[in-house]
Design a protein around this ligand. Structure first.
Ligand code: APR
Length: 242
């Protein structure tokens, strides 16, 4: 079904969450036992408050996340999405993820709603560095400012341009596919609603039920995203005589 949607769509958008990267070895946030927020307190570690008042714990938490990220790679699902983009099956990927895996897999037009853990930037002068500096114990810019990860912290606004682009994509989409998100965090979870209001077909592929299953035309639970993408890819290639 989804393969035929994609083949006949004018403007297909994919919205990914942390469930897109668990098969790469990165934990998601809310899965029982393994989710990051079931093991760490985001308000104490990933918030503007932590940045200002728990600086050492903040640094150690992001060293842990950057180290984990360095050990992981995009999986076949990321490659399939990049291939679909190359063949014009999908136009944009809006991601809540900060791992940069879509770009590493070859995707363009990736809208990073929550920033990127690939870089850190100086709070004073704005200079940007590869986040590997955190593993080299480097936390201060030449100008003396603190180097913080370029991710959106709890309590911060989302990057204006990314938000605008994501809104635009959702309004233009005639197909929107959610991959691996519990859809509990706003404003990302508004995107399927906007697309739906504009008449788009909605598919949600997520291990567990989500808050927006009720508005979706297709819902796939209890199946790994990698397997679902391989299956859709196979169907597209068969239909397309590839
Ligand atoms: N296949 C299918 N679904 C999966 C897989 C998989 N391999 N792995 C995990 N999932 C599902 C989980 O069941 C879960 O419902 O992915 C979903 C991920 O949801 P969350 O952990 O809530 O992650 P996400 O929706 O991306 O969180 C949004 O919250 O804390 C913030 O900034 C953080 O970007 C994040 C945002």
């Amino acid at each position: 079904m989804i393969a035929s949607w994609l083949m006949s769509s004018r403007h297909a958008v994919v919205l990914t969450g942390a469930g897109m990267s668990t098969e790469s070895g990165l934990p998601d946030f809310r899965s029982e036992k393994t989710g990051l927020w079931t093991r760490f307190n985001p308000q104490q570690l990933a918030s503007t408050y932590a940045l200002e008042h728990h600086r050492q714990a903040f640094i150690e938490f992001y060293q842990y996340r950057i180290r984990t990220l360095q050990a992981c790679r995009p999986h076949e699902g990321h490659m399939i999405l990049a291939d679909w983009q190359r063949h014009g099956l999908i136009q944009e990927i809006v991601t809540q993820n900060v791992d940069g895996f879509h770009q590493q897999a070859g995707s363009h037009h990736v809208i990073e709603l929550h920033g990127s853990l690939r870089t850190v930037h100086c709070q004073r002068c704005g200079n940007t560095f590869n986040s590997i500096v955190y593993l080299e114990q480097r936390f201060t810019c030449e100008c003396g400012g603190f180097l913080r990860p370029s991710v959106v912290l709890f309590g911060e606004m989302l990057p204006e341009q990314a938000l605008e682009q994501a809104w635009q994509a959702a309004q233009t989409a005639d197909v929107l596919i959610v991959l691996g998100s519990s859809l509990q965090v706003s404003p990302a979870n508004q995107l399927p609603l906007i697309a739906k209001r504009n008449g788009a077909k909605i598919a949600i592929v997520n291990w567990e039920p989500t808050e927006l299953d009720g508005i979706a035309d297709v819902v796939i639970h209890k199946r790994k995203i990698g397997d679902v993408l391989r299956e859709i890819n196979k169907e597209w290639k068969a239909r397309d005589g590839r």
